[in-house]
Design a protein around this ligand. Structure first.
Ligand SMILES: [Mn+2]
Length: 306
């Protein structure tokens, strides 16, 4: 029986590349595994897979009766809907510990580093398995994406060393240039329906009983949103109502200016003041230096909603 290796809902590059890389490692150590995904590829992920010659992992949403290795999260809200009917055999993740539980022992690889693929590299090293050239390429790109080319406060020395080692294996001389090419793909938002943009990198969180949705768009220049910011704000209000959410946040992150404009609709009018020490104007506030949802947005929000 094969184990399915799968990342979170609305998969990002870490979830997709991590599923492929980890399934490859498992197969190399005679533990049959199949990479899977819970949603469509983002343009960035499609760019990465095409560059290194990979097909998208199998699209699969139901896992009842299957064995599953979870990648890049440990949250019920982000896992397959029927995960309770599956057997979780492992988790590799770099987020706060979520609320997934198991009834059997499992293999846990959880480290406070910038990317799940950094941990997957540690797993290859642990098992003494050489990383194939093309796999090294997608792993490297996932780390450059998650760490915003090392600018994110989540980036660690381990991530940088890992990218340097993977770049060597993949034969990529200027990995920062490739990273910028990825963020250029991410910045091409013109012509994309507003709902698709809001949902492109979106995660729901259960914060002390409050459902909070947080989307993020990372671009090279925030001016790409000038014409559509009002529509984005209207759409997050609609999404809040549709999902019965307590709050909806959309982070518009400028990776060059290194900060984010936060668009927010919430049942709690003083939320940003308590979480980030800043009041919103028309549901918008600039948060200087904020690049990371997991480190600079979620913990503060969770505390404010305690
Ligand atoms: Mn990740």
């Amino acid at each position: 029986m094969s184990v399915y290796v799968v990342g979170h809902k609305i998969p990002d590059s870490d979830s997709i590349c991590g599923a492929i890389a980890l399934a490859n490692l498992k197969n190399a150590i005679d533990e049959p595994a199949i990479a899977a995904r819970l949603g469509e590829l983002s343009p960035e992920t499609a760019f990465i897979l095409e560059k290194f010659g990979f097909q998208a992992p199998e699209f699969k949403t139901s896992y009842a009766g299957e064995e599953v290795f979870i990648v890049d999260h440990s949250e019920l809200t982000q896992a397959p809907d029927d995960i309770a009917e599956a057997t979780i055999v492992g988790i590799v993740d770099h987020h706060k510990l979520g609320d997934l539980t198991t009834s059997t022992p499992l293999e846990c690889w959880i480290r406070p580093v910038g990317c799940s693929n950094t941990i997957i590299k540690m797993m290859y090293d642990f098992h003494g398995v050489a990383i194939p050239k093309d796999i090294a390429g997608i792993m490297m790109c996932a780390i450059l994406s998650d760490t915003v080319i090392f600018k994110s406060p989540t980036c660690t020395t381990a991530d940088i060393k890992c990218v340097e080692a993977l770049a060597k294996i993949a034969g990529i001389e200027d990995f920062k240039e490739l990273g910028m090419d990825m963020f250029k793909v991410k910045s091409a938002v013109q012509g994309t329906p507003v709902r698709d943009l809001v949902m492109r990198d979106f995660k729901d969180f259960n914060m002390n009983g409050h459902l909070v949705g947080i989307g993020q768009l990372e671009v090279i220049d925030l001016s790409v949103f000038d014409d559509i910011k009002a529509e984005l704000a209207t759409d997050i209000a609609a999404l809040k109502a549709e999902g019965g959410r307590h709050s909806m946040l959309l982070l518009l992150t400028d990776i060059m200016k290194e900060g984010s404009e936060l668009l927010i609709v919430s049942d709690d009018a003083t939320l940003t003041e308590r979480a980030y020490g800043k009041t919103t104007e028309n549901g918008r506030v600039w948060l200087d230096g904020v690049l990371s949802r997991k480190k600079q947005i979620v913990p503060q929000l969770q505390k404010a909603l305690a």
